[in-house]
Design a protein around this ligand. Sequence first.
Ligand code: HEM
Ligand code: HEM
Length: 223
Amino acid sequence: MLKNTADRFGAVAKFFHWTMAAAFVLAYIVVYYVIWFVDPETSIKPALFDIQPNGALVVPILNIHWVLGVTIGVLVIPRWIWRMINVEPDPVPGSALEHWLARLAHWALYVFMIVMPLTGYLNTYDPTDFGLFVIPAFRDSIVFHWISASFGWTAEQVETPMYAIHKFVGHWVAWVVVLLHIAAALFHHRVRKDATLTRMLPAFASRMPGSTEHSGKEESKDR
Ligand code: HEM
Ligand code: HEM
């Protein structure tokens, strides 16, 4: 089933959720790998696990972070449109506060999926190389040339505040909400033993031994 129903997420929503969740987590892993291990200026000293910093590798590896980030920024548009034109599965039984917190977390995650790619792209002065094509850095784009000609802004006037937002949200906020979101999913699965996680899992995974498959009928009885 491509579309959502009142009981579960459809294949399209699941595809968006899991590819973008993987890209989001990978973007984190890659950037902190560079910051902690590869960049001679920021790496932990003495070198951990004998990984020697190497300045020549910083941009090629960071490029993976940019590719993942830009992909999230592009995919969030069709994902949001799909969410708007679809039914949302009913929340599983729980208190009004729990439902409100889940909604707040989902909104916050959408904000991160928009703000992080945007501020990341606007603060980066290297192009993003997808292999088959290259996206020019914002400072080299037609849009920036127009902004700079119209308002007299320099690239630094755009990049500095964008970097501050990207760094603050990435370093202090986004991962905390993502961890709470994952903890909530596991709490529902393991403690409440309800369908919150299984109805978001791909069909093959929700049939795996140990996962609790719930039918829509059982859920509506509970409600
Ligand atoms: C959802 C997407 C993204 C997430 C979750 C994310 C997350 C982060 C995080 C956590 C940091 C490290 C902050 C710190 O502690 O210093 C960072 C740094 C950075 N990000 Fe992103 N980012 C995303 C997208 C992008 C995009 C699309 C670009 C550019 C095209 C980008 C460019 C950068 C740059 C240049 C840095 C600084 C790296 C350094 O200090 O060596 N990011 N990002
Ligand atoms: C990797 C571990 C993750 C797990 C186990 C997980 C699990 C879930 C589950 C079970 C739901 C359904 C919740 C419900 O029915 O109320 C959900 C929804 C959602 N998740 Fe995650 N998630 C993960 C990572 C992420 C990440 C990294 C993001 C984005 C940064 C994210 C964004 C969302 C959003 C926006 C929704 C709302 C439904 C939608 O519009 O797609 N998730 N997640």
